[in-house]
Design a protein around this ligand. Structure first.
Ligand code: URA
Length: 235
């Protein structure tokens, strides 16, 4: 059982104060009857809660796919810079959302924003073996030598050893899709640096078996359904 005001706030992104106003003006119905009591207890799985005439469909967790634009930080909040959470549409905003698997400020592409910590762990922990793929544009060509080095597991600066990673190199060698199953700090950039190349642009294309929905423009996002969510955990 959950307090009505808390439930509505968590599902809609409205602040508690806004929810209280909705309750005060009679915009909330529980099982068809107007409800004004903010501390009314409801069962999210069985009670039908309507706000402004529309039923709130209960989602325990949210899974949001964003096509991250460059220039935003992958954090829940930042004292100075705009974050990926700041650009979520109001209807997707909820307490507890965080970017699962950070992208650098200048990196674009697939970012998952969720409030499901357990899923994030299963998606990100290197031991779980979920591969993420990135398209890296480079300042010079790479070839079979780099491909073999990456597949063996290269050492990056500071002596950190990377797990095997796989390269699919463009014909001119100037870009490659790289697949890695871990997320060390600046990992892709540091891996290419270790073989003498600089990444000039980086975009995440997929996580597990879920590709970026290319119909999303940069900065746009949409909710995932359950089968898409599950594809985040399988290669
Ligand atoms: N590797 C990087 O270097 N940067 C990212 O944003 C993601 C992976």
């Amino acid at each position: 059982m959950e307090r009505l005001d808390k439930f509505i706030a968590s599902q809609t992104g409205l602040s508690r104060t806004q929810v209280h106003e909705k309750l005060r003006v009679g915009a909330v119905r529980v099982n068809g009857a107007v409800e004004r009591k903010k501390d009314r207890k409801i069962d999210p799985n069985n009670d039908a809660v309507c706000l402004d005439g529309e039923e709130i469909s209960y989602r325990k967790f949210l899974y949001i796919m964003m096509n991250k634009p460059a220039g935003l930080v992958s954090a829940s909040r930042d004292p100075k810079m705009k974050t990926v959470i700041d650009i979520l549409p109001p209807e997707m905003k909820r307490k507890g959302l965080f970017p699962a698997g950070r992208l650098d400020r200048d990196t674009t592409g697939l970012l998952i924003i969720t409030d499901d910590g357990d899923l994030a762990h299963r998606m990100l922990a290197p031991g779980k073996g979920v591969f993420k793929s990135y398209l890296a544009a480079l300042d010079g060509p790479v070839g079979d030598r780099e491909k073999e080095m990456f597949a063996k597991g290269i050492e990056i600066d500071g002596g950190e050893l990377c797990l095997p990673a796989y390269l699919d190199i463009a014909e001119d060698g100037m870009s490659a899709v790289i697949r890695i199953c871990e997320g060390k700090y600046h990992q892709v950039k540091r891996m290419f640096e270790a073989v003498g190349r600089r990444v000039v642009a980086l975009k995440r294309l997929s996580i597990g078996a879920l590709p970026l929905d290319e119909s999303l423009g940069e900065g746009e996002c949409r909710l995932l359904d359950e089968s898409e969510r599950d594809r985040l955990l399988t290669n």
